[in-house]
Design a binder for this molecule. Structure first.
Ligand SMILES: Nc1ncnc2c1ncn2[C@@H]1O[C@H](COP(=O)(O)OP(=O)(O)OP(=O)(O)O)[C@@H](O)[C@H]1O
Length: 319
């Protein structure tokens, strides 16, 4: 799609073509003016972006806007009818598809699910399950997992082979709100720990965590792109999702003000150690924010490691 296309409008701080500087270097995969045509119609056209190491790029857009098509094209499952996809040599991809064909009537353990797409050593399985917090479910039947546990199992399978690029097509489906936040937090942790690039698909911006580096808003073509805050303010996003959506949009940020040590003690941001984390112990910052936290059983005190803040559009919390 050309720059003069009627659907391409450049808004302040949201560039139709200008991805952040970091994407120019070290790109794992780059889509250049990609178009996919099926049954005589263009599903997407003029799609242009890259994902670099350590970068989280999120595709948002309405149903049928071409998010999955674009992700599949990025990893080579679909071939472009115009434009091209460039990848670094030997690119290793981990993929969590939107739909999975599993025969739910057959017994299938989490361990077995991990190896359905190829062999893995037990140490690799254990490490991946441990990273996603479900090592204790290794022998559990997949059909008995909760929505959040199942998504964690799929994530574990995708990261087990240490991919350079992780492609996650709606990784929070079937997960409740606090579970969504925890999963996005986990995805960010994986990115921070491994340095992989992540291409994430989400329906809309309100669940996209502020740590997403670049949001690309699709509707058969790239409507706009930029940071979550910038995209939420762009005329293209507001046209697509409605001004009300942008006004009521909350980009959720969280910050860890304490760390749980292996021995059960809690290391606070000010360097002090306590046996528990109590909101009233004076270490927590601004616990009056609404909503200020979700319950996390691992905390042991009814207070969460993850604190949530509903931000007004355009405002950014502490990193
Ligand atoms: N192989 C195909 N042949 C024909 N049409 C297709 C094919 N694959 C996808 N489509 C159509 O392309 C459009 C985009 O589909 P896609 O799954 O990429 O959208 P999406 O943005 O991921 O949607 P959703 O949010 O509902 O998951 C849809 O109208 C879909 O019906």
């Amino acid at each position: 799609m050309s720059e003069t296309d009627a659907h391409s409008h450049t808004a302040p701080a949201v560039s139709r073509t200008g991805a952040p500087a970091r994407t120019a270097n070290d790109a794992l995969v780059t889509l250049r003016e990609v178009g996919i045509r099926r049954s005589g119609r263009w599903l997407v056209r003029g799609v242009d972006f890259s994902v670099s190491r350590g970068e989280i790029v999120t595709l948002i857009g309405p149903n049928g806007s071409g998010k999955s098509t674009t992700a599949k094209t990025a990893i080579g499952v679909m071939k472009p009818d115009e434009g091209r996809v460039e990848k670094i040599g030997g690119l290793k991809v981990g993929y969590v598809p939107q739909k999975l064909s599993i025969d739910w009537t057959l017994p299938l353990t989490v361990e077995r699910l991990m190896t359905l797409t190829g062999p893995l050593k037990s140490a690799e399985i254990a490490e991946a399950l441990s990273s996603t917090g479900i090592l204790h479910l290794a022998r559990a039947e997949v059909q008995h997992l909760s929505g959040g546990e199942f998504q964690r199992a799929l994530l574990a399978r995708a990261i087990a082979r240490r991919p350079d690029l992780l492609v996650l097509d709606e990784p929070v489906q079937g997960v409740d709100f606090s579970g969504e936040i925890a999963l996005y937090d986990l995805i960010k942790t994986i990115r921070n720990r491994t340095g992989c690039g992540i291409l994430l698909i989400s329906h809309d911006l309100h669940v996209v965590m502020a740590e997403t580096d670049t949001v690309i808003c699709l509707n058969g073509h790239v409507c706009c792109r930029g940071t979550p805050q910038a995209v939420s303010q762009s005329p293209e996003y507001q046209r697509l999702f409605g001004v009300k959506a942008a006004q009521t949009l909350a980009v959720y940020n969280h910050d860890h003000d304490h760390t749980h040590l292996p021995d059960g003690r809690v290391l606070h941001a000010d360097g002090s150690l306590t046996d528990h984390c109590h909101p009233e112990d004076g270490h927590h910052e601004d616990d009056t924010a609404v909503p200020d936290h979700v319950h996390d059983e691992s905390c042991g005190c009814g207070h969460s490691q993850i604190r949530l803040k509903r931000l007004e559009p355009g405002k950014r919390d502490r990193a």
